[in-house]
Each structure stands twice: as C-alpha cells, then as structure tokens.
Design a protein around this ligand. Structure first.
Ligand code: UDX
Length: 439
C-alpha cells in the first residue's frame, strides 16, 4: 500500500519506518526541513534502539522517502497518518492542538479524490469528530474523505517492537458513515493481524479515550506504588518486596509497579493533565480529580530524592559535590522532557550543590534544557570527588556498577538509588551508606 505519515518525531518517524518495514511504500512528511534532511540521509534525530538500521535498509530498498511538500504527499497516497505532537498548553493543563490543526488545514484542500486520514496523535476526546467536519468542509473531495482514529501505545526505547508487534490495534471509525476505513486499516496491519493481535473496532470517541485512559491507568499504577513507598519509608518496610508479592496476584500484575523517582517524559505527565482538562470541559471533572493526587504523589518523589541526597551529605547541600547518574526520563532514551532526573539535579543545584551529570545518551538534550549543570562523559568522571552519588535513571550500565568500581573515586561512600535498581546488601557490605526509595 502507499501511505504517508505527517510528523516525523518519535511517533511519526517510527511509524513511517515500521510501515515501510511491513512492505508498504511510505512518505514521511514534516515542516522541519532539517529533520527531513537528516532522515533522508539515514539519521534518526533521537535515540531509539534498532530504528537507525531499519531506516537505512528501508531507504535503500526505495520503499521509504521523506518530504516537506504537502502537495507531493497528497499526490503520493490516499491513506494519510497524522502523527504530530500534542504538547501541554503553556500555563494550562489542556493539550495544544495547533500542530494537528495545521496539518489538517494544509492537507485537506489538497485532497481532490477519496482518501482516508488516520489520526494517531493523542488528542482530547471529541477532536476527531471536529477534524472530520473541518476536513469535509475544506477538501475538494468533500465527504469522500474519511477519518479514522488509531491511537498509538508505543514506549520510547521499545518503539520498533511496539509498532511492529503491538499488544492491540484500536481503530475508531465514523459509525454513521462506516466507509472503507476498517478494510484499509486491516490491510495496513495485515501482518499484525496474522499474529493474532486483538483488533478493537469502535467509534471515534471511544478510540480517542482508550489512549487517555491507558496512560491515566499506568500513571496511577506508578503513583500507587510510590504512595505505598511513602508508607514503607515511615514504617521501615521494603516496597520492592511488597511489589513482588502484589505482582503474584494476576489481577494486579508486577509490571509498572517499580517504586522510585516516578514518571516523566513527553507523554504520561501531559496526557493525564489533558485528560483532566477535557473531563472538566465535559462537566465531569470530579471523575478524574484523583489524577491530581496521582500527579502530586509523583512530584513529591522528586522532593523526597532531594531530601535523601541532602541527608546523605550530612544535612546540607551547600558546597557539596553530587554525581547524578542518568538524565533521561527513562533508560534507552535520550528524551529529557519532564525528566525527573534532571529536575532533581536542578533542585540540588539550587540548594548549593555542585552537580555533575552523566547520561550515556541524553547529554546533548540535557545541556539544552539545563546548560548550567556540569556534564561528564563517564560515570567515573561524574563520581570524581563526589560526596554522594545519585542513580536517577536505571540504565544497564548503572545497574551493573559495583561498589569497588567507585570506592577510590569518591570523597564519601554514599549512594542514593532513586530507581531501586541496586542490591542494597552488596553496597552496605562494602562499607557504603545506601539509601533507596521505600526500602
Ligand atoms: C508511555 C506509555 O507506556 C505508552 O504506552 C504511551 O504510548 C506513551 O507513554 P513512555 O513515555 O515511552 O510510554 O514510557 P514508559 O516506559 O511508560 O515510562 C514512563 C515513565 O514511568 C518513566 O519515567 C518511567 O521511569 C516511569 N515508570 C515506569 C516508573 O517509575 N515505574 C514503573 O514501574 C514504570
């Protein structure tokens, strides 16, 4: 099939490459000429394991191309995916839909024949119905342009696997005018469907809400275990053992129950806020008011880590050296949007510490957001003369650290494990002061 993908950020670039990998002819479209030039050269503008190799092989096969021209895109295919970002509005909880609107308003007037527009971006419920009206009003093909909503659930760091082998495919169609959308999307995803991936067919509003609800549930799960971690801290219990015990209950499950520094990134924080904002607009704000508490619990973890490091440094951060290992919001990613790690690093600097950050992939992005922090190029450089070490992102190379690797470098053998990814006994036995989160 011939497909276009509008937006070549995390979501769009991954989708374009993976659709080509599935055998489709794909054109990725973006207004950012630098991004398009990089992708055309075979360079992925962010860190995502496996994606650069797949980009290269699909460029070479000729199945994948990139352009800034909407006209070229409209002529190229009759199935168009929308994969642009929906960030949080400045000073508000609601989602900013300007990129989605701009794609639709530029593309629709170029649609002279029947076409299918498929939304993948995370949007407030009701957006698809409004976009459908907008498209039908401005496309020369009018009602012959269909709109479907097909939310994306990929995780950064696992984006290729999640796109090629999703847990489920959710497709919302216009129930009043079913058209060809279901048939076309079954064809697009034929390989996944052969693997027995569940295909949930529904209306536009339900499809939009599935995404908001999924992210709200995941955020709640993390904040739930972090709230329990606060109780464990007060009671002298171990949240990691508790989580293992809870996880044996199949109704609860162990995944996403890792207590620590909490969630960040470009999705969960802004998506739960947009979900709350939309509930308010719909007059049912009470339904989601618990998400405020989810957000609060999450932000409290950041302050807790600052307290732990302060305690590790003898009660004050003034004039001490702190090594922060990890800056990305999670491992296998160079994304620092709303990263708890960088947030904590910044707070400790405000309290007078000299903070040296090392991350295997996220240094360049971190520098742009926090240029005043010091950045090291290795763990040992960051830990040189440190009064305390903070593990803020659980990269494998930090999980594998041994006390003897660092003992000779630091000024004081004190480690704060904000991701509960080390074995406390190993560090304590080697003479270190170990502090975890809720353990
Ligand atoms: C998330 C959703 O998983 C994905 O389905 C959705 O499409 C986009 O948002 P992503 O932002 O890539 O994906 O990251 P994810 O792996 O879900 O982690 C989010 C945050 O939660 C990270 O900061 C992570 O460190 C934190 N987290 C996750 C925990 O603190 N504990 C856990 O047990 C799991």
């Amino acid at each position: 099939m011939r497909l276009t993908v509008f937006g070549t950020g995390y979501l769009g670039a991954t989708h374009a490459v993976c659709m080509a990998e599935l055998g489709h002819d794909v054109l990725g479209v973006d207004i950012d000429a630098d991004k398009i030039a990089a992708l055309t050269r075979g360079q992925v503008p962010f860190h995502e394991p496996g994606l650069p190799e797949m980009l290269a092989s699909n460029l070479a096969s000729g199945r994948l191309g990139f352009t800034t021209s909407y006209r070229e895109a409209a002529d190229f295919a009759d199935v168009h995916f929308l994969a642009v970002g929906t960030p949080q509005k400045k000073g508000e909880y609601a989602a900013d839909l300007r990129h989605v609107h701009s794609v639709v308003d530029t593309l629709a007037p170029l649609l002279v024949e029947s076409a299918l527009v498929v939304g993948k971006s995370t949007v407030p419920v009701g957006t698809a119905a409004e976009l459908r009206r907008r498209i039908c009003a401005t496309a020369p093909a009018g009602d012959a342009v269909e709109l479907a909503w097909n939310p994306e659930f990929l995780r950064e760091g696992h984006a290729v696997q999640d796109t090629l082998h999703p847990d489920r495919l959710v497709v919302g169609v216009d129930r009043d005018r079913p058209g060809r959308a279901e048939r076309i999307l079954r064809q697009v995803y034929a390989q996944s469907l052969r693997e027995d991936t569940p295909f949930v067919l529904t209306d536009l509003a339900t499809a939009e809400l599935v995404k908001g609800a999924a992210n709200a549930f995941l955020a709640t799960k993390v904040s739930f275990i972090n709230a329990v971690a606060e109780i464990c801290e007060a009671a002298g219990a171990d949240v990691t053992v508790l989580a293992d015990a809870l996880g044996h209950d199949a109704r609860i499950g162990r995944r996403y129950l890792n207590a620590g520094l909490g969630f960040g990134g470009g999705c969960l924080p802004k998506d739960i806020r947009a979900f709350m904002a939309r509930a308010g607009e719909l007059g049912v704000d009470q339904a989601l008011s618990f998400l405020r508490e989810v957000d609060n619990i999450n932000m409290r973890r950041r302050s807790k880590v600052v307290q732990l490091v302060t305690a590790a440094c003898g009660g004050s951060l003034l004039g001490v050296n702190v090594a922060v290992l990890g800056a990305a919001f999670k491992p296998e990613s160079d994304d620092v949007r709303d990263s708890p790690a960088l947030n904590v690093a910044g707070m400790m600097q405000l309290h007078g510490a000299t903070v040296t950050v090392y991350d295997p992939e996220a240094t360049a992005n971190s520098r742009r957001v926090f240029p005043t922090l010091d950045y090291a190029t290795s763990t040992s450089e960051a830990c040189d003369n440190a009064d305390a070490i903070l593990i803020a992102t659980e990269w494998n190379e930090f999980r594998a650290l041994r006390p003897e690797d660092l003992a000779a470098l630091v000024r004081s053998r004190s480690i704060v494990d904000a991701r509960n990814c080390l074995d406390p006994a190993q560090w304590r036995d080697a003479g270190w002061t170990y502090r975890g989160m809720g353990r």
